[in-house]
Design a protein around this ligand. Structure first.
Ligand code: C2E
Ligand code: CA
Ligand code: CA
Length: 589
């Protein structure tokens, strides 16, 4: 029987055997981060503790508890490890240590129970600790994530509401503030929205480069932002070199015009950036009105429209929104947008106005004048859409369509009577510059069968003034085809008269403005002298002279007396549908 005290320090071969058996049972039940030797050392030590506890007097099962705890600490924490430990201790401890059943069997049972208790408690503590660690880790992770989220949210918010270049509020923020100012239940009263744009900023970018351009823009932005801040207005960068100013409370339009002056003055102070000194100007559009009678879209559009007017009026100025001009412009853009579809649907057509000889009273020609049969707005005159079509370029397609219609009509008349009037068709500058014009005109004459000498093309004096070599070539080619060319609105464009000699022109059409004053002989000697001069000039150049806008018999008589060849106007006939002329020809008139 081994003596307890002596055996603890000296090797205990029985305990070694037990430890080896123990290792055989529990190694592999779970991952244990120890070397085999370390496991053996551990289990040997625990086996010694078991044996020592078993033999101790007085007996206490407490070391069993610690052994359970140690097993878990060493990561023998799988349930199998406990189960196998329990069965090994139960079945083999006494035998391997060479101890008798009595009195040790009862002690073994108590020890086993204690090992299990320690083991279970350690597992629970560890789980709690793990859970706690997990919870802590989760909390920490969440805190980190939230912080990151807050940061990115802040960044996102910033990116959403501020302009990255200047740090100023951006369009979104401007619109948001404007919307809340206009919201029902907000303070009402008057407010102003201004759109400010640096004049010719592209020149700065082009000459000094984008980088310097950005710095100059930022410098100017900060300067106007500072003024806005002092006055309590919101200044935002709406995009590019355009800024929006929101004055949330105004007393009337006089109020904002002085505000506009001070902002334009601030922009006009020289800026020094990277050794460059530049002096800029800005243009500003302003709309000032009652908050209750408008909305954000309307206000910003009005401000931008006024800004556009400030630009076309010559820049470096402010322009206050004019609702009448605005409505007209809105209508124009609406019409402009509708034109391509209207052309496709065939809503454009022609009416014809007689060109009458002042010598024999014959209608020797008709001028084709465009009309737009709009589905909701009714009949629209060319003064409201021709220049729009010129702006958008649609005039090229529209013009050739109308030319085709006019020539088709004139050819039909020509078949009815050899004395049928020629047709005179207006040609826009843009059409004249269109490279395909000559080919298209030839194709139209070809397909309609109209002889070229039955076609006259009217080109305004201002268009003639802007001819270059190429368009001059086109004019010559058209004239060579046998087409007559007329200079329209003559006298309004300050044409260089000697230049007329170089043009292949056949007809001068005197603008109606010269005709209006003529009524009775001697009534307006100066006016009459001007017309007489133009008529004789035309004749000296070998041209036929036609007067436009002849509204009375008196005017017609004076023009005839002055030697004018032919005339056009309400006195002779208003523009009318083609059928009217067809009927006249059919009746032999
Ligand atoms: P325009 O070529 O000078 O045409 C004469 C304009 O004077 C026509 O206006 C005609 O209706 C109007 N008029 C005729 N007689 C009188 C009169 O006795 N008194 C007054 N006060 N006016 C008279 P409309 O048809 O409104 O055409 C306006 C302008 O639109 C034309 O001026 C022409 O420049 C342009 N235009 C018309 N049709 C076409 C077209 O098919 N193509 C192009 N490019 N321009 C066209
Ligand atoms: Ca004309
Ligand atoms: Ca004219």
């Amino acid at each position: 029987m081994p003596a307890t005290g002596a055996r603890r320090d000296a090797p205990w071969p029985e305990a070694e055997h037990f430890a080896a058996a123990w290792a055989g049972r529990i190694v592999g039940t779970s991952y244990v981060p120890l070397l085999d030797a370390e496991i053996n050392d551990l289990l040997y030590r625990l086996a010694v503790q078991l044996g020592t506890a078993l033999l101790a007097e007085p007996f206490t099962s407490r070391p069993g508890y610690d052994i359970g705890v140690e097993l878990v600490a060493a990561d023998f924490s799988a349930p199998e490890a406990l189960g196998r430990t329990v069965s090994l201790v139960n079945s083999g401890l006494l035998h391997l240590l060479g101890l008798p059943e009595e009195p040790y069997r009862a002690r073994v049972e108590e020890l086993v129970e204690s090992v299990a208790t320690g083991y279970a408690r350690a597992i629970r503590d560890r789980t709690l600790a793990e859970q706690d660690a997990i919870r802590r880790a989760a909390m920490a992770a969440r805190a980190t994530a939230e912080a990151a989220l807050r940061d990115s949210e802040a960044q996102r918010q910033f990116a959403v509401l501020y302009d990255p270049l200047t740090g100023l509020p951006n369009r979104a923020m401007f619109m948001e503030r404007l919307a809340s100012r206009l919201a029902p239940g907000s303070r009402g009263g008057r407010l102003a929205v201004c759109a400010l744009n640096i004049d010719r900023f592209d020149v700065i970018n082009d000459s000094l480069g984008q980088e310097v351009g950005d710095k100059i823009l930022t410098a100017v932005a900060h300067r106007i932002a500072e003024l806005a801040r002092q006055r309590g207005y919101l200044l935002a960068r709406l995009g590019g070199d355009e800024f929006g100013l929101l004055v949330e409370r105004t007393a009337g339009s006089d109020d904002v015009t002085s505000i506009a002056e001070s902002f334009l003055a601030v922009v006009a102070r020289p800026v020094n950036v990277d050794g460059h000194e530049v002096t800029l100007t800005a243009s500003m559009g302003i709309v000032e009105q009652q908050a209750t009678r408008t909305n954000t879209t309307e206000l910003t559009r009005a401000a931008r429209m006024s800004l556009h007017w400030a630009k076309i009026d010559g820049r470096a100025r402010w322009v206050l929104f004019d609702p009448v001009r605005g409505a007209r412009q809105v209508e124009r853009s609406a019409l402009s947008a509708q034109m391509p579809a209207a052309l496709a649907r065939g809503e454009f057509g022609l009416v014809y106005q007689p060109l009458v000889s002042l010598i024999d009273g014959d209608t020797h020609g008709v001028e084709a004048l465009a009309r737009w049969q709009h589905p909701t707005m009714g009949l629209i005159g060319p003064d409201r859409f021709i220049d729009l079509a010129e702006d958008t370029g649609l005039i090229v397609a529209l013009g050739i369509r109308l030319l085709d219609e006019a020539c088709r009509q004139a050819a039909e008349w020509h078949r009815l009577s050899p004395k049928a009037p020629f047709v005179s068709v207006n040609l826009a500058v843009r059409q004249l510059r269109h490279p395909g014009l000559l080919r298209e005109v030839m194709a139209v004459l070809d397909s309609t069968g109209l002889p070229a000498d039955r076609l006259q093309l009217e080109i305004t004096e201002s268009a003639v003034l802007s001819t270059d070599d190429e368009t001059l070539g086109t004019l010559h080619a058209l004239a060579d085809l046998g087409i007559r060319l007329a200079i329209d609105d003559f006298g309004t464009g300050y044409a260089n008269l000697s230049y007329l000699r170089t043009l292949p022109v056949h007809v001068l059409k005197l603008d109606g403005a010269f005709i209006r004053p003529l009524e009775v002989a001697g009534d307006d000697p100066v006016g009459e002298a001007i017309v007489a001069t133009m008529v004789s000039l035309g004749h000296r150049l070998g041209l036929t002279v036609t007067s436009e806008g002849v509204e009375t018999a008196g005017q017609a008589a004076r023009l005839a007396a002055l030697g004018c060849d032919s005339a056009q106007g309400w006195h002779f006939g208003r523009p009318a549908a083609a059928e009217l002329i067809t009927r006249l020809l059919a009746n032999g008139a």
